[in-house]
Structure formats: structure tokens, C-alpha cells
Design a protein around this ligand. Structure first.
Ligand code: 13P
Ligand code: SF4
Length: 303
């Protein structure tokens, strides 16, 4: 912390001097999450905030598709991300051209895309969703059959909760959540009496089945806030437990967890450099913005 304090101080100074709003995803490290962010949240919460801020510049502490979504919703603002190579295995698994092909193969079937996609992919679909509203979005669509891309595990987890037929995209999965195993959950349950297991719905179906609750990162935080389990295993990215440990000293956060190498590219050091130089800036082609904005705004309109 001695090393980090000057960075935190200077970043907070620059936020005021340059009217920069910092959005931080729940997977950011505690220094970013607790000490410099203005808004923290899951993908849905961050998208909502991005749509209503009046700051001149938004700095996104998250992965590139999140920064793109912010730009799509606020095209007139300057949007910055301190490492534009912070990708996502889900966003990389499908392209706009893939979606066009899917439309030809399934004529008339609406296409829902998870928000973990590029703006170019979002521009080709009918509506977006996040893990926080996926079921609501599915149920809002007037069709018994829906193409749900690209996360095949989220698709399978949602399929258990809807009568509509969801068609999955076989190539999409989160490289972080697919690593968890039922065996390790069982071992942790055996080692920790009364352990409560909560899993993100990007996990494979059998992991969610072996858990006591599943929801978006914000839903998982709300679960801990409301239920205050004595011991909890958060089956998701490691920073979630790191961020909550100090907030809930009465709760024991049992590991394992997995790190997202993309989220971890965002550091205090590169955030400060970005604020000093006001770069790298996120650009999305105007024709892509129009299509992607339609898909994201449709999602935000579903109550
Ligand atoms: P949520 O925060 O929307 O649950 O998403 C998790 C995630 O993996 C983001 O990349
Ligand atoms: Fe993508 Fe998974 Fe990392 Fe989220 S945790 S950014 S879904 S690779």
C-alpha cells in the first residue's frame, strides 16, 4: 500500500481536474475497486451508468467489450481504457459475420447476444442481455425459439428456467468459469461445515447444479449482503472475494477462485498513465454504433 498510495492520490486528483468518471467492474483488484472507482458493478449496472453520466470522459476499468459498450451508449463522450488488449474469450468466439450466417441458417429466429461481445457483433443481433437480466430478456421476446449466443453455458443455465427453446452457439465459453469442477466444490463442502456455494451462470451447468445460488457478479454480492453466510465459496473470478473480504469481516471467503488474465491487465499504474495522456481512447465506427446501440438500448428498456 505504501507503493500504491501515491498512485491512488494522483488518480483521484486527476479525476477532479479533468472531469473523468471511473467505472470499475466487480472483477477489478481491490485497489481499483475500492480506492479510485466512482461506479462499481456488474456489466448491466455499468451499462446503465454509462448511459446516464454527464462526465466529459469515462474511463472503463474492465475489459474492452465493456469500454466499447460504454462508447456505444455515449458516443459523444471520450471513453478511455488503460489496456485495449484486455479481451474476453466470449467476445472473441463470435463475429458479426457469424451472426449473419446464423440468420440465414435460422430464418426468422430472433438472436439474443450476451453483452460479452464486440460492438460489431452487437450491431447484427436483435437484443443484448447480461447475466443479470438474461432470463427477463428471453421472456420478453415474442418467439418460442431463440438463438442465444455466444456463451453456451449461460445458454444451458437459462434453458432450465424457460419453456422457450434456446439454440446455443457451440464455440463460446468463458475461459475463467469453465475451469471450475464439481469435484473441487465437493471437496470444499467436505472440508468446511455449512459452506454456502454461489456460482456465476457462466459456469458449466453441473457447477451451477452443485451450488446453492447462481447469479451475476452483482447478484452474488447482494446475496452475501443479504444472507451473510458464515462461510461462502464464490465460484467466479478471484477479485470478487478479495473485494468483499474487507466489507464483510463476519463472512469467511473460502477459495479456490480463478483469475481472468484480461481483467488483470488493468492496473493502477496503467490507469494513471491513461489519465495523464488521455489515451488509449476507444473508437467505434459510426455505422456500428447505430446497430449496437439499438441492441443495447432495447435491453435497457426491458423492465
Ligand atoms: P457480470 O458482472 O455481468 O456478472 O459479468 C461477469 C463477467 O464475466 C464479465 O466479464
Ligand atoms: Fe470474459 Fe470470462 Fe474474463 Fe469475463 S471472466 S472477461 S467472461 S474471459
Amino acid at each position: 500500500w505504501e507503493v500504491k498510495a501515491p498512485y491512488i492520490y494522483r488518480i483521484n486528483q486527476l479525476k477532479k481536474e479533468k472531469n473523468i468518471l471511473i467505472l470499475a467492474h466487480n472483477y477489478m483488484t481491490p485497489d481499483i475497486f475500492h480506492c479510485i472507482s466512482d461506479i462499481k458493478g456488474d456489466s448491466l449496472g455499468l451499462a446503465r451508468e454509462a448511459a446516464k453520466t454527464d462526465a466529459d470522459t469515462i474511463l472503463v476499468c474492465g475489459v474492452y467489450f465493456m469500454a466499447e459498450t460504454t462508447k456505444v451508449l455515449s458516443p459523444d463522450k471520450r471513453v478511455l481504457i488503460s489496456d485495449p488488449t484486455a479481451g474476453c474469450s466470449l467476445a472473441d468466439s463470435i463475429t458479426g459475420a457469424d451472426v449473419k450466417k446464423l440468420r440465414q441458417e435460422h430464418p426468422g429466429v430472433p438472436i439474443v447476444t450476451y453483452v460479452n461481445t464486440t460492438a460489431e457483433t452487437k450491431a447484427e443481433v436483435d437484443i443484448c442481455c447480461t447475466s443479470g437480466n438474461a432470463l427477463k430478456i428471453i421472456e420478453s421476446i415474442d418467439s418460442d425459439e431463440i438463438l442465444f449466443v455466444p456463451d453456451r453455458f449461460l445458454c444451458r443455465n437459462m434453458q432450465t428456467q424457460t419453456d422457450k427453446k434456446l439454440i446455443e452457439w457451440s464455440k463460446g465459453s468463458c475461459e475463467v468459469h469453465e475451469l471450475f469442477t464439481v469435484e473441487s466444490i465437493n471437496e470444499f463442502r467436505a472440508a468446511h461445515d455449512g459452506l454456502v456455494v454461489i456460482a456465476h451462470p457462466e459456469c458449466p451447468r453441473e457447477i451451477v447444479e452443485a451450488s446453492d445460488f447462481s447469479g451475476s457478479t452483482a447478484d452474488m454480492i447482494n446475496f452475501v449482503e443479504d444472507r451473510r453466510p458464515k462461510k461462502v465459496l464464490m465460484v467466479t473470478e478471484c477479485s470478487m472475494s478479495d473485494n468483499l473480504t474487507g466489507m464483510y469481516p463476519d463472512v469467511e471467503f473460502v477459495r479456490p477462485c480463478n483469475l481472468c488474465p484480461h481483467m488483470k491487465k488493468i492496473t493502477l499504474e496503467n490507469v494513471l498513465e491513461t489519465m495523464e495522456t488521455m489515451s488509449p481512447e476507444v473508437f467505434v465506427a459510426p455505422e456500428v454504433i447505430d446497430g449496437a446501440k439499438r441492441s443495447v438500448e432495447r435491453m435497457l428498456e426491458v423492465k
